[in-house]
Design a protein around this ligand. Structure first.
Ligand code: HEM
Length: 293
């Protein structure tokens, strides 16, 4: 695996990915958030192997119906659009897993965040796991110790966890995932809770959307950390990062130093992208990201 993996075999790869992502974001800026999350949900389940992209069939069960993914993960069509242009330019060469990693990087950068070199050469899985998709992704009610141990299980440090959580500077969440937080939690700013209660009632409205970052939901910046310091984290799990625990000082630092957050985010994304990759003779280059060859 290296940054120049496709330099000779698919020299236009990075230009194609960036242009398709850029078009998608021009239509809907939120898609950048969705593509970033798609990469996280791919990497945490079996590794960064595009297992999340496999469609269910009568004889195959994939990850799309897992609780953290169903009616939630978005961006599959954008990956399809990239893949079809890449296949036209360099057939049977580039994995879907690498396309997901590049699309996440470009999404962050196009919304104002940092860029980094993506290490390439992942292969695509010939399997998927509904049960791992249900067990290995953290939920919004998680405690700090649960978050730390779920990331440790993937070889990521508590610092990586706090840094990668900064992804919640972009995107939206459905009401039922933060209802407990805005009605029953402590350590929440009262006017922020009241604001969110306006569109997320105690009962009903489960799928109503709210921005995860109250300040700038389509700009990748450090405001996630400013929100935490102000007790304006939308998820209980996010506010756990600034609740008198071991990561408080890092959160406080990032809230004041965007450059420090950006450089840490780039490094942690490279580590996220290295989880359990299939390389060499393992795995395949899928022709269609939704099906095994
Ligand atoms: C630390 C543990 C994490 C928890 C508990 C968590 C939880 C959640 C939840 C509950 C949602 C809303 C989903 C919905 O409405 O259906 C969400 C959205 C999102 N998450 Fe996370 N997440 C975590 C870490 C991450 C990481 C590491 C990334 C990326 C590096 C990430 C990126 C995103 C993005 C960008 C969205 C918005 C997606 C969109 O608008 O389509 N999250 N997350």
């Amino acid at each position: 695996m290296n940054q120049k993996f496709y330099q000779k075999t698919c020299p236009n790869l990075q230009t194609i990915v960036r242009s398709v992502v850029s078009e998608a974001l021009a239509t809907e800026a939120r898609m950048g958030a969705s593509l970033l999350r798609l990469f996280f949900h791919d990497c945490f389940v079996q590794g960064c192997d595009a297992s999340i992209l496999l469609d269910d069939t009568p004889t195959f069960t994939g990850e799309k119906t897992a609780l953290p993914n169903i009616n939630s993960v978005r961006g599959y069509e954008v990956i399809d659009a990239i893949k079809s242009q890449v296949e036209a330019s360099c057939p049977r060469t580039v994995s879907c897993a690498d396309i997901v990693a590049l699309a996440a990087r470009d999404s962050v950068n196009l919304l104002g965040g940092p860029t980094w070199n993506v290490v390439l050469g992942r292969k695509d899985a010939q399997t998927a796991s509904l049960s791992l998709a249900n067990s290995d992704l953290p939920g919004p009610g998680s405690s700090l110790s649960t978050l730390i141990s779920m990331f440790a299980a993937k070889g990521l440090s508590p610092q990586d966890m706090a840094v990668l959580s900064g992804a919640h500077t972009i995107g939206q969440s459905r009401c039922f995932l933060f209802r407990d937080r805005i009605y029953n939690d402590i350590n929440i700013n009262a006017s922020f809770a009241a604001l969110r209660q306006q569109t997320c009632p105690l009962s009903g409205g489960d799928s109503n959307l709210a921005p995860i970052d109250v300040q700038s939901p389509v700009t990748f910046d450090n405001s996630f950390y400013v929100n935490l310091v102000n007790k304006q984290g939308l998820f209980h799990s996010d506010q756990e990062l600034f609740n008198g625990g071991s990561l408080d000082s890092l959160v406080a630092q990032f809230s004041k130093d965007q450059a420090a957050f950006f450089s840490a985010f780039a490094k942690s994304m490279v580590r996220l992208g290295a989880i359990n990759t299939l390389t060499g003779k393992n795995g395949e280059i899928r022709l269609n990201c939704r099906t095994i060859n």
